[in-house]
Write a protein that binds this ligand. Structure first.
Ligand code: GAR
Length: 208
């Protein structure tokens, strides 16, 4: 069973989805949660599930991102973590950290990558007039929101949509996709094998 460390910055709803699916999927064990923000909502979710939760604030390290990451790395190593899952972790990782965990960090991003990396994905998708929006789970590389895709799930965009309605409709899709992708990744399924089950899962569960 692969031991997973989850990095968060906020409310942790994706962390909750990973926690909730853990017994059903039986492919990974969340052993540590680290937040770079004190008081992040996800910390209470970890504690409620009996998972060790740490705050390692980035702020005291100022511009020295690598020193912050060395502290995170030390905590992950001492917990015996195999896979790092980013779940709403809003810090860009340095090439040093990405190399230290090469092929062992995954991320969820609220767009159909490679479209709309970065922030404000819902507003940018609407402005571009796309008819499908979605989310992507991918292996982390140096560039922001870049790297081999493990799984994607799509939702239709309607003329009535706003950035808020898109975010609200996409979030449960993220929650369905991320655990499946983490389980596939932890089980050693190379992309694109993980892709089809995850995508098919969403459309089967939500016919329109
Ligand atoms: C999620 O929508 C996630 O996809 C996004 O932040 C939100 C975190 O919510 N991640 C990114 O934008 C990363 N580039 P959560 O804390 O409730 O899981």
């Amino acid at each position: 069973m692969k031991k997973v460390g989850v990095l968060i910055s906020g409310r942790g709803s994706n962390l909750q989805a990973l926690i909730d699916a853990q017994p059903r999927l039986g492919a990974y064990q969340i052993a540590l949660v680290i937040s770079n923000i004190a008081g992040a909502g996800g910390l209470a979710r970890a504690e409620a599930a009996g998972i060790k939760a740490l705050v390692i604030e980035h702020r005291p390290y100022g511009k020295d991102r690598e020193s912050f990451e060395r502290a995170v790395n030390a905590a992950l190593r001492s917990a015996g973590i195999d896979i790092v899952a980013l779940a709403g972790f809003m810090r860009v990782l340095t090439p040093w950290f990405v190399a230290a965990w090469r092929d062992r960090i995954i991320n969820i991003h609220p767009s159909l990558l490679p479209a709309f990396p970065g922030r404000d994905t819902h507003a940018r998708a609407l402005a571009a007039g796309v008819k499908l929006h979605g989310c992507t789970v991918h292996i982390v590389r140096d560039a922001v929101d870049d790297g081999p895709i493990i799984g994607q799930a799509a939702i239709p965009v309607t003329p009535q949509d706003t950035p808020e309605t898109l975010a609200e409709r996409l979030l449960p899709v993220e929650h369905a996709l991320y655990p499946l992708c983490l389980a596939a990744f932890a089980g050693g399924d190379a992309p694109p094998a993980a892709f089809q089950p995850a995508l098919n899962y969403w459309f089967a569960a939500n016919p329109r």
